[in-house]
Design a protein. Structure first.
Length: 344
């Protein structure tokens, strides 16, 4: 056996299956990049990465069809522009793989109502949406569990707010394996040590959100330099005036975290750089760093969006591969639960 072949097989043997996804529900912001996209780009170097556009999750709240289609393509263009390589990563569209919803139904028949009723994200969104809350929003974690379990996923990079959903996927995998025989890999959540939860610029006690009522909450990956400057300069901090990473001071700590990730400096280095300087200097430098980071990324996204047919081709090719892989798992699942009459 050739040495390079042996090295490749050895590397493959130690690779982990990693899965991540983002909803195409509108604006992708700096929190999405730091919390999900950048870690995914890093994961694809040494792991088997599956990354997909979760469009069925997006429709748990009302979506305009044409906007949803546009958002799917924009999300795909953003993934590619950030460095996701479809030759290394299985990049696909959730709705093109019907095994996701098929497995979700089977897991629905394994899950307990109490488990879903305890989901904190559902409780939070119900308080906002009231009687307009959909069944899909309630059942969202089951479809997420199906997303994960279909591909023998070992690691799921998530923010703190999604950890509970991965824990549900673990519970369902363990229960199914107990009742029907070993079928699913039990996944592990992986939370980024720094930047796992980027907070709102206007309210650093709440997570940055695409669905925030004010655009001052988030920094879109497509914001122009003037908008970036205005949002950063108006970002909520405190009255202490000292640049520091301190959990008791969420506003400035959030900005230091963003600066740290974007510039590849540690929070400690940033603190040292701004000894004796105020928030004004810090915010101006952060806005400039973000502008320098985002402008080339925006140019790449624009270029990809100008070639819509190529984006669709990439998604279709990835979805075909995903269907083939997902079907192999579903063949096992159907036999386990007894609905497959052909036992060959």
């Amino acid at each position: 056996m050739r040495l390079d072949t042996w090295r490749l097989e050895l590397k493959t043997a130690f690779m982990s299956k990693v899965l991540t996804a983002i909803q195409p529900s509108g604006i992708l912001h700096i929190g999405n990049y730091i919390g999900a996209i950048e870690p995914a780009v890093e994961s694809q170097r040494d792991n088997e990465l599956r990354m997909f556009v979760v469009d069925y999750h997006a429709i748990t709240v009302p979506q305009k069809p044409e906007e949803l289609r546009k958002n799917i393509l924009t999300a795909t263009a953003t993934y590619l522009a950030c460095g996701i390589d479809p030759k290394k990563t299985l990049l696909f569209q959730q709705s093109q793989v019907p095994q996701h919803t098929e497995l979700a139904w089977i897991l629905n028949c394994t899950a307990r109502m109490g488990e879903l009723e305890r989901m904190t994200q559902f409780k939070d969104k119900t308080r906002v949406r009231g009687e307009t809350t959909t069944v899909g929003l309630f059942d969202y974690p089951i479809l997420m569990a199906a997303d994960i379990l279909l591909y023998d996923t070992a690691i799921v990079p998530v923010g703190e707010d999604q950890k509970q959903h991965v824990e549900l996927a673990r519970d369902l995998a363990i229960r199914f394996n107990r009742d029907f025989g070993e079928t699913f890999v039990v996944p592990q959540p992986k939370i980024r040590e720094v930047g796992a939860r980027i907070m709102g610029l206007d309210d650093p006690t709440k997570k940055m959100s695409k669905s925030a009522s004010s655009p001052k909450n988030y920094l879109s990956l497509l914001d122009d330099p003037e908008t970036i400057r205005k949002k950063i300069m108006s970002a909520v901090t405190d009255n202490e005036g000292k640049v520091a990473f301190d959990e008791t001071r969420p506003g400035i700590s959030n900005l230091v975290t963003i600066f740290s990730i974007i510039t590849k400096q540690t929070p400690e280095q940033i603190e040292l750089d701004y000894i004796g300087k105020g928030y004004g200097d810090f915010k101006k430098d952060l806005a400039e760093a973000l502008t320098l980071f985002l402008l080339p990324l925006q140019a790449k996204i624009k270029t990809y969006l100008e070639h819509e047919d190529e984006l669709i081709k990439i998604l279709n090719a990835g979805s075909t591969r995903a269907r083939e892989e997902a079907e192999k798992k579903m063949e096992v699942v159907r036999k386990r639960v007894g609905v497959c009459l052909n036992q060959d």
